[in-house]
Design a protein. Structure first.
Length: 221
């Protein structure tokens, strides 16, 4: 598979690139020109297929800034980071009916599912949250990702005895916002912007909220 991918990428590389590499004396394009050529090569190497669209390769301002900071090996400028957080905070869609908590049993199914958004998935088919790939969710799990923090006892550790209470509202709202668009709270967060990107809809996100915050959920037992 990797060999086939490299063959496809190399087939799109302009002839002058190989000529320059062989001669060692050709004029090397400027940084911006190389960025443009690289973007053209990547775009030419992919095609839209079913639900997987080429448009996913298009970076927004936050992605571009964070990628540039990673390449430079430097932290993001504080003012730019604040601007990214503010812009992403505006994209959060809060529950249309002010209901934040759903069925944790449905939430567990969603969190443990990695389905969706690939070229083999039919359009409109419910997807999963893929949460287990980065987080521990249940103490009974024997396999889970560690890229993100453990979510076990998420609500319990934050003092949420009743997710419907006024006292719990700050934690509940933060959790919804973090799942909807993580970059509203951390400019270069690696967590998928689950609601913003359309990975989960409002009803599905509500169920995941139940998994994290309902005291009867296995997360909090």
């Amino acid at each position: 598979m990797r060999k086939l991918f490299l063959q496809r990428v190399l087939s799109t590389v302009p002839t002058w690139v190989f000529a320059a590499a062989l001669s060692g004396c050709a004029v090397v394009p400027s940084g911006p020109e190389l960025d443009r050529l690289t973007a053209d090569i990547v775009k030419a190497s992919f095609r839209s297929e079913a639900t997987a669209k080429v448009e996913r390769l298009v970076q927004d301002e936050a992605n571009r800034a964070c990628s540039a900071a990673d390449v430079a090996g430097k932290p993001l400028d504080d003012n730019l980071a604040a601007a990214i957080r503010a812009a992403n905070l505006k994209t959060i869609r809060w529950p249309s009916d002010a209901r934040y908590i759903g069925d944790w049993k449905e939430g567990e199914k969603i969190a443990q599912s990695g389905r969706g958004l690939t070229w083999t998935d039919p359009a409109g088919q419910p997807g999963g949250g893929n949460c287990y790939n980065c987080h521990q969710i249940d103490k009974k799990e024997i396999s889970y990702g560690t890229l993100g923090p453990s979510l076990y006892n998420y609500g319990k550790n934050r003092g949420v005895a009743d997710p419907y209470s006024e006292a719990s509202r700050p934690v509940v709202q933060y959790t919804w916002g973090k799942i909807w668009n993580s970059r509203a709270y951390s400019a270069c967060s690696h967590m998928p912007r689950i609601g913003h990107a359309g990975i989960l809809n409002e009803a599905e996100l509500r169920h995941v909220m139940g998994l994290l915050l309902d005291p009867t959920s296995p997360v909090n037992r």
